[in-house]
Design a protein around this ligand. Sequence first.
Ligand code: FAD
Length: 495
Amino acid sequence: MSPEHVDVLIVGAGLSGVGAACHLQQECPGKSYAILESRGAIGGTWDLFRYPGIRSDSDMFTLGYAFRPWKDSKSIADGPAIRQYIRDTAREHGVEEKIRFHHQVVSAEWSSAAARWTVTARRGDAGETVRLTCSWLSVCSGYYRYDEGFRPTFAGEERFTGEVIHPQHWPEDFDATGKRIVVIGSGATAVTLVPSLAPTAAHVTMLQRTPSYVLSLPGRDPLAQVLRNRLPAALAYPIVRWKNVLLSTALYQFSRRRPAAARKLIRRLTEKQLPAGFDVDTHFNPPYDPWDQRLCLVPDGDLFRTLRRGEASVVTGPIAGFTESGIALESGEHLDADVIVTATGLNLLPMGGMSLVVDSAPVDVSERVSYKGMMLSGVPNFAMTIGYTNASWTLKADLVSRYVCRLINHLDAEGLASATPVAPPEGADQPFLDLASGYVQRSLAHLPKQGRRTPWRLNQNYIRDVRLMRRGPLDDEGMTFQPRVPAPTTEKAVA
Ligand SMILES: Cc1cc2nc3c(=O)[nH]c(=O)nc-3n(C[C@H](O)[C@H](O)[C@H](O)COP(=O)(O)OP(=O)(O)OC[C@H]3O[C@@H](n4cnc5c(N)ncnc54)[C@H](O)[C@@H]3O)c2cc1C
C-alpha cells in the first residue's frame, strides 16, 4: 500500500510550525498538509520550559505573528501566555486538527523521479514506524535538543549533597522557600530565574564565568498602551510591531558600528540601576562587544531590583569544583548552597535530529550552503526555519513561511515539479549564525555555511530581508527549477 500523500508536510508544532501552517492555508488555499510533532503538545519551547518566571526576552509585538495581534498588555510575556497564544492561533485557524502528535520524524528521502519526499516518523513510545509522502517539506523543529540541555561537568559534583537542577527539566514541585540557591549562568535563563526565585529563597547567587550585557526594558510597551484605547488591535499592532522592529534594528546597528559607544551607554544605564558602590565592571561589563552575544533584556529592571534589595547577589569567576555544601571558586571563595541550578544553556540540534537523503545520497548539512537562510543547496522542495539571533525569531519565521508559499505557487503556476538551490560558484565560507555565544560556537560545525552575498546570505536585518524575501525574484542565480513529469533523466535548470 502506498503511503498517505500530502502536498506539504511540516515538522514541529511550535511557534514556527503553527505559523507556517497558517500562512500555507492563507496563501496556498487548497494545498493539503499535515504537521508531525514529536511531543504531545503544541507550543515547542513555550510548552517545554517550565522554570519559574519563564518568559520571552523579545517583545511580543515582534515575537507574535504578523497576522495575529498580540493583545496582552505585557510586551515581555511569560511562558504560559505565549503557549496560550500559540494554542489559540492553532485552534482559531483550524491548524490543531492537522497536527499528529507523538510523531518524531527521523528521516526524509527525496526522489527526483517521483518529485516527492518520503518521510519516516517514529510514533509513540512503541516506536512504530509511519511513512508519509509530500511534495514540499518544511522543517520547523526549532534549534536545540529537547531531551537534554547543555550541562558541563564540574569537578567533585558527586560530593554535593544538595539538589542540582537544569532549567530544561524543572521539577514541578520545587519549592524555593528558605533555600540558598546558586544559579550558574549569565544568559537569559539565569537573569530570569534570579528575580523569580529570590522573593522566597533565603538567598540567590548568580554565579557567572563572564558577564553578559543586561538591558532593562519596559514590561509594558508605552506606545501600545496609548494606541490600545484609540485604535482597533488590527491597526495598532502593526504600528507597534514596526516601531519595535525599527528600534531594535537601530540598537543592533549602533552596537555593531559603534561598539565602544554602545558599551558605554549600556554601562551607564546599568550603573544607574545598581546600588551605590556595586562593582559594575566586574559583573556587568563583558569582555566582548554588545551583540557579539545575545543581549539579555529584563522587564522593568527586575534583576536589578532584586540586587538592590539584597535578595540576590552576583559572583563572577571560574568554578574550582563542587563541594559537599556548595561551590568552591578558583578565587578561594566558597558559595554555600542547598540547590544548584545549572543555567548553562542549550545543545543545538539542526533539523530535530532527522537525516536527509536526496536521490539515494545522504545529505551532510554542514557541507551545504544555505539559500536565503532557509533552503539548502542541492536539496529540492525543502525549507527549514531558524529565526533571527539578533531580533525576534518570528520575524524571520514569517518571512520563511511566506517565501515557501510564494515558491509553491510559482511551481504550480509554471507547471514545475521542484525548486532546488545551488551553491554559489565561488564557494561559501561564512557561518550560518553570527554569534560568539557558546551554544552557537559548539554547533557551527553541524550547520550549513552561508555565502558572502545574496541570495546565499541573509542579512540579520529584517528591513533588508523583507525586501529580499517578499519582493525579490524567485528565479535568481541561486535557484534552479525542474520540470514536472515526464521525469528528467538528468536535471536541467530551466530558470
Ligand atoms: C528559554 C527560551 C527562551 C527564548 N526566548 C526567546 C525570545 O524571547 N525571543 C526569541 O525570538 N526567541 C526566543 N527563544 C528561541 C525560541 O526557541 C523561539 O522563540 C521559538 O519558540 C522557536 O519556535 P520553533 O517553533 O521554531 O521551535 P520550537 O519552539 O523549538 O518548537 C519546535 C517543535 O518541533 C518539534 N520537533 C523537533 N524535532 C522534531 C522531530 N524530529 N520530529 C517531530 N517534531 C519535532 C518539537 O517537539 C517542538 O514542538 C527562546 C528559546 C528558549 C529555549
